[in-house]
Design a binder for this molecule. Structure first.
Ligand SMILES: [Fe+2]
Length: 167
């Protein structure tokens, strides 16, 4: 045993302790949580589950919250170090993604880019504060194959043209 190994009282090695994540949530600083929450309801079809004077919590429908919107300091600067984007894997196929793309365009949501990742297609867009989101359509349904393809192609990000569908 090395000197820097840490032993618990019962002798367990802390290196054996590994997080097993069930699901994730995201907490974002925004300028106006109530105004942003309206956008999250409208564009992402989320439901408000809780609110306080400085925050609004929203859910995709199953969990008490998936995204929390927290009021930023008045002089907060956007961009720089921080969130690059938050990817939302859609429950649907490419046609569903094209419909979502059309919805974003119709609502005047700023589109950042449309991208082929080899394991899926992404439509990137921005919330009212410029935080980037991605509707991601998985095209490699098997997770193990997805890992292999992503690694083999070095996590590619190629521009791709997607035709929006309007309903
Ligand atoms: Fe992504």
């Amino acid at each position: 045993m090395a000197d820097n190994d840490v032993l618990q009282p019962d002798g367990a090695d802390t290196r054996d302790v590994k997080p097993r994540i069930r699901r994730t949530h995201l907490s974002l600083f925004v300028r106006d949580p109530e105004a942003s929450a309206k956008w999250y309801e409208d564009v992402l079809a989320m439901q408000i589950t809780a609110r306080g004077p400085q925050w609004v919590f929203l859910s995709y429908g199953r969990k008490h919250h998936d995204i929390a919107l927290i009021r930023a300091e008045d002089d907060a600067q956007l961009g720089g170090i921080g969130l690059q984007h938050y990817g939302l894997e859609i429950d649907g196929d490419l046609e569903d993604l094209r419909r979502l793309y059309g919805m974003l365009l119709e609502k005047g949501v700023p589109i950042v880019k449309t991208t082929d990742h080899k394991i899926g297609i992404g439509v990137y867009f921005a919330d009212p504060d410029g935080n980037r989101f991605e509707f991601f359509c998985e095209t490699v349904p098997d997770d193990e194959e997805g890992k292999r393809v992503l690694g083999a192609y070095n996590a590619p990000s190629e521009p791709v043209v997607i035709d929006p569908l309007y309903t």
